[in-house]
Design a protein around this ligand. Sequence first.
Ligand SMILES: Cc1cc2nc3c(=O)[nH]c(=O)nc-3n(C[C@H](O)[C@H](O)[C@H](O)COP(=O)(O)OP(=O)(O)OC[C@H]3O[C@@H](n4cnc5c(N)ncnc54)[C@H](O)[C@@H]3O)c2cc1C
Length: 472
Amino acid sequence: MARHIVVLGGGPAGYVAASHAAGLGCRVTLVDPKPLGGVCLNQGCIPTKVLVDSCSLLEKVKRAKDYGLRIDGEISVDWSDLRQRASGVISTVGDGLDRLMSNRDVAVLQGRGRLLPGKRVAVEGYGTIEADAILVCTGSSAVWPAGFDLDRKRIATSDDVLDWPTLPASILIVGAGLVSCEFAFIFRSLGLEVTILSRGNGVMPFLDRDLSSVVLREMRKKGITVQTGRAVDRLAVSSRGVHAFAADEPMGAAERGLIAIGRMPNTHGIGLEELGIACSDKGHIPTDDYLQTSAEGVYAVGDVNGRAGLAHAASAQARVAVDHALGLTCEPLNESIIPTAIFTMPEIGCVGLTEQAARSQGHAVECGSFDLRSLGRAHAMGEISGMAKVVADKLTHKLLGLHIIGAHASEIVHEGAVLLQQGASVKSIASTIHAHPTLSEAVLEAAEDCLGQATHKPLRRRAIVNDPVAVS
Ligand SMILES: Cc1cc2nc3c(=O)[nH]c(=O)nc-3n(C[C@H](O)[C@H](O)[C@H](O)COP(=O)(O)OP(=O)(O)OC[C@H]3O[C@@H](n4cnc5c(N)ncnc54)[C@H](O)[C@@H]3O)c2cc1C
């Protein structure tokens, strides 16, 4: 059993690895030059969700009259208070992580770590420490290509937004992935003119197409402009603002620009070469099913290995890597069923295969869907935009994917994750009583629809077996 585990990086991969290993009785040293929590807590998942939650409340308050409520006076956004709220949440959660590490006797060294041959790590300001196993959890950073005049004030990445003292009147967002789309809804809700510049045909191409159409429809309804089909290769600042170009053709201008075109792994200067660990073309650290690198006893976990790029996937990998390093019985993760939560407005929860991916993998596919607008609860909440979609194998009825867009989708999706984990049939959903009135009823109805007829959907012609017209 590995007795001393050294973890480089204190994000969702690193701190979870440290906590898990310490809980199993190991001596653990956690190394990070920055406050614990990584990108997730300090710039990513948590601060963006603070903004999303304030914006959702703002949107609701603006519609107070629809709910039979009267709110007198001006409703306005105080950006400085909003930033302060985000900082408050970050410190509260960060303090909790510090206490957790101290409770588990994890030695936290605030410095940059570098791998040395012979399972040793040099830590800035602390010297060299020896380990029985090392976990590299150094995460990722925002990408910005040459040609983008990143000054973090007028042209920025998601890391910089909460440092802005003021909000601009307009913004160009380069990229159409998850981070771009979340920020597009946030900024629009805060009153900015928002333009997304996407090099593809739409937004979030990894989504089931039915869901990405709803996202585009909601963007249109809210006045977010989406320009597709051309890749921005230059983003420049002038006295009049920020200008985007594709092959020297102007693509748009705004007061500020946000670059959200992807993330690159933090592998530079951490000593990989000295251990003979070669990175992939995209710079990630290759790992086996147990997250071990080509160097025995050295693991790479989280964004740095390029397997998933999600905080909860990083944490799940961390537990597997620790168990493996300790020689405990463990199974590789089933990476095909990692749920994704996307906090657009409305939000998205999806897990498993999209209809398009299932077809391209050769499945005979059957799908069912149900619009939230047909649910009483959605009307009571005033949140009728969205749908649930179930993807199943036509021959076996095995559930292949669940995709939801609508209020609380990020919570509801876990029903699908559990069933996919169990290899269940779509009939498991249809035969499970779902409480009324809830938004989860959309999942039940989508499953029924997949099997032939949803209770609250107009009858399908082909399902009317007793129809005298059809029989004659
Ligand atoms: C704007 C935004 C929103 C996001 N929203 C979500 C979301 O809603 N849900 C979700 O699942 N994911 C989200 N993500 C992705 C999520 O943040 C990452 O997948 C997650 O943080 C990865 O965790 P990690 O531990 O691998 O790396 P990180 O969180 O990047 O942490 C790596 C840590 O390693 C440290 N480090 C780097 N080099 C060294 C070194 N040499 N020595 C020691 N320490 C080092 C860094 O200081 C950092 O603290 C979002 C990302 C962004 C940018």
